[in-house]
Design a protein around this ligand. Structure first.
Ligand SMILES: [Mn+2]
Length: 311
């Protein structure tokens, strides 16, 4: 069968809210510009994306098992091969819209690449509508708006740019959302009850090689961090210990960004890590739990650890 002429707009497998929103809205944008496009998702969207879809009764993008029915693909919020998990063919990618500094854009020979270091890929997509003065659906607008809030921790994260604020303000003009919407969104992703804690920790972990050490950092963003670490430290340590063995790590810690009280909590039983976090972040540890005032993201912590360990 001949492949369709429709362009597939997708991102990495198992997209987060930013990736989901960006693909959804950019497909809509292209259709408004008379280019036939469809958003499609490979894998399972993160819980936060599902929350927004449910809350606003948005018709979800179709789930695909791979990209074989398409001959042209656009990636939003994705620019490395790893994330495509062999299910999306790099040779078919004609365009990339992303916002990460560390990327593999050069591995996509046909792609027209736009990578700009704003807080969310959703901002870059919103800007397309803004500069073309194109109409945007309520569904696309709320998805993009939610993604910008989420990615910038409601404009309080270090990655936030003026462009994110402007795009979010433009989107919000066309929406009826309450001033507390950001909090609602953050509460929704704060559900760590039962085995949800393990699942979240598993999906939010990343591994880094620093100074010959395999270090994993698990990052959660939620409201209610103090209660969580207070009540479930033993369980958290056990999960970390299992990750360490399974993934052949040298060390591991959990960092929780407490979104309401604007603090970070750290959990680790690794003495060297505790010393490092006390030194570079002025965290204060009591036993395996550390606290620090202000919110800091994993992508900001990594370079500090690197500088400290490579000294
Ligand atoms: Mn993103």
């Amino acid at each position: 069968m001949e492949k369709t002429k429709t362009i597939l707009v997708t991102c990495y497998v198992n997209p987060d809210l930013d990736g989901y929103a960006g693909t959804f809205a950019y497909a809509e944008f292209l259709n408004r510009r008379d280019r036939k496009a469809v958003a499609g998702i490979v894998g399972e969207p993160h819980a936060e994306a599902k929350y927004v879809l449910d809350k606003f009764k948005i018709n979800p993008s179709p789930i695909l098992s791979d990209s074989q029915d398409y001959s042209e693909i656009i990636l939003v919020d994705a620019s490395d091969l790893n994330g495509l998990a062999g299910k999306i063919e790099p040779d078919k990618i004609i365009e990339i819209i992303d916002h990460r500094q560390i990327n593999e854009a050069d591995k996509f020979p046909r792609a027209n690449v736009q990578i700009e270091l704003v807080g969310a890929a959703a901002t870059l997509v919103a800007e397309k509508f803004m500069s073309a003065q194109a109409e945007i659906s309520q569904e696309a607008a709320i998805l993009l708006y939610s993604a910008i809030i989420s990615n910038t921790l409601n404009f309080r994260a270090g990655v936030t740019t003026e462009r994110d604020r402007i795009a979010a303000a433009w989107l919000r003009q066309q929406l009826e959302v309450s001033d507390d919407y950001w909090k609602e969104l953050f509460i929704a992703k704060s559900d760590t009850s039962g085995d949800k804690l393990f699942k979240l920790m598993a999906s939010e972990s990343a591994v880094f090689e620093i100074s010959g050490q395999r270090l994993s950092i698990v990052q959660l963003e939620l409201i209610g961090a103090e209660k969580l670490v207070g009540e479930r430290t033993v369980e958290i340590l056990e999960i970390l210990r299992n990750f360490k063995t399974e993934r052949q790590l040298d060390c591991i810690f959990l960092t929780i960004i407490e979104l309401e009280k604007e603090k970070n909590y750290f959990v680790t039983e690794d003495l060297n890590l505790k010393i490092t976090l006390e030194k570079i972040l002025q965290a204060r540890f009591i036993g395996p739990v550390g606290v620090r005032e202000g919110m800091i993201m994993r992508k900001q912590i990594i370079p500090l650890i690197k500088a400290e360990w490579e000294k």
